[in-house]
Design a protein around this ligand. Structure first.
Ligand SMILES: NC(=O)c1ccc[n+]([C@@H]2O[C@H](COP(=O)([O-])OP(=O)(O)OC[C@H]3O[C@@H](n4cnc5c(N)ncnc54)[C@H](O)[C@@H]3O)[C@@H](O)[C@H]2O)c1
Length: 335
């Protein structure tokens, strides 16, 4: 069985491919060739992939390129779609690329999957599509209410994906997860940004009053959840995937300062992000009940291991940080 995985030079997609091709794999021996399609934007690097593995084929290209996507889809049995512009602050500064990649790119892939009979097509989305959740937690049946251009572009792509199921019967499955953390996350998102700044002796930009809340999900738990949806999910269904650790940004910052041996003197308060969602929260009982999904990683241990990974892998993040396009003016941490 051949799999097309988009955006797998990035953080989550590359962890997914490592899991598929690693020992004791969730995907199991049924996985034949894995083709990665990635445009290598500032957020992607082939250093995240083991290109010596004969089961892995890396193709440099754009998910909006219908010709290339058609060629790759012709020998793909299934699709897992991670490619996206993923940084909220950048979508506030300039939304065009988010609409192009996240909406048009997804539709280009869906069209090709339909033409070539590929499926399941797992579309990886985000809890941000539900908008800010003052209390309680959102289920898959709750309405979408995205606020940032990033979240709106993901919500649009979810709806297009589901429309291909309802209209054409394509086997589309949508996942919506909470904030991922772990090794190899581009050092613009809050955990790697704060850790790498602190390891360099710098300060960290905390947005607003620090009371915004997020749920944290280890990237390996997320990948295991995505693969359960691919293998056992139902066509046309949405599955929420959470990590079960909800923290304020202030508490997270405290933990990161502690892990890096730094104190509050290193925190620089910056004006809040425009339209900053207060809280995201989802229920994932559907994935637990139907698919047996369970997050395995303890947050404190996972965070300590992540900090240690960044401490030991400067050669991975230092070049990425140097070549990253400048953060939008006034940007704080991104979650
Ligand atoms: N990181 C999180 O916490 C999080 C949370 C919820 C959902 N998600 C979703 O998970 C997916 C992966 O997120 P990530 O954190 O790994 O993102 P990332 O930014 O680390 O990686 C994105 C990858 O997509 C590639 N890409 C971008 N535009 C492309 C295009 N037009 N054609 C081909 N490749 C392109 C980039 O080169 C990069 O390798 C995204 O769809 C994102 O919306 C992420």
């Amino acid at each position: 069985m051949n799999l097309l995985v988009t955006g797998a030079a990035g953080f989550i997609g590359s962890a997914y491919v490592r899991m598929l091709l690693g020992p004791g794999v969730a995907g199991g021996p049924e996985i034949g060739r894995v083709t990665v399609l990635d445009r290598l934007t500032y957020a992607g690097t082939v250093d995240n992939l083991d290109l010596t593995d004969p089961r892995l084929r890396f193709v440099y290209g754009d998910i909006c390129d219908a010709g290339l996507v058609g060629t790759l889809m012709a020998d793909a049995d299934q699709v897992v779609h991670f490619a996206a512009e993923s940084h909220v602050d950048r979508s506030i500064a300039a939304a065009g690329e988010f609409v192009r990649t996240n909406v048009q790119g997804t539709q280009t892939l869906l069209d090709a999957a339909l033409r070539h009979g590929a499926g399941p097509f797992v579309h990886v989305s985000t809890d941000e599509v539900y908008g800010s959740v003052e209390s309680g937690s959102r289920a898959e049946t709750d309405p979408l209410d995205p606020n940032s251009p990033y979240a709106a572009s993901k919500a649009a792509s979810d709806l297009i994906a589901l429309a291909y199921h309802r209209t054409h019967g394509l086997d589309v499955r949508v996942t919506r997860c909470t904030n991922n953390y772990g090794p190899r996350q581009f050092p613009e998102k809050v955990i790697p940004l704060f850790v790498t700044n602190l390891l360099d002796g710098g300060d960290v930009p905390l947005y607003g009053d620090g009371t915004n809340r997020r749920d944290w999900l280890h990237v390996e738990d997320h990948c295991a959840g995505v693969d359960l949806v691919r293998a056992l999910g139902r066509p046309g269904e949405i599955y929420n995937i959470s990590g079960g650790t909800e923290l304020t940004n202030t508490r997270l910052t405290e933990m990161l300062l502690d892990a890096c041996g730094a104190d509050w003197g290193r925190v620089r308060h910056v004006p809040d992000r425009k339209g900053h969602d207060r809280r995201y929260s989802i229920r994932d009982d559907k994935a637990r009940d139907e698919l047996g999904y369970r997050p395995r990683h303890d947050f404190e241990r996972g965070l300590a291991e992540t900090v240690e990974w960044y401490r030991r892998n400067r050669d991975w993040w230092e070049p990425l940080k140097r070549r990253a396009p400048a953060a939008p003016a006034g940007a704080g941490h991104a979650v």
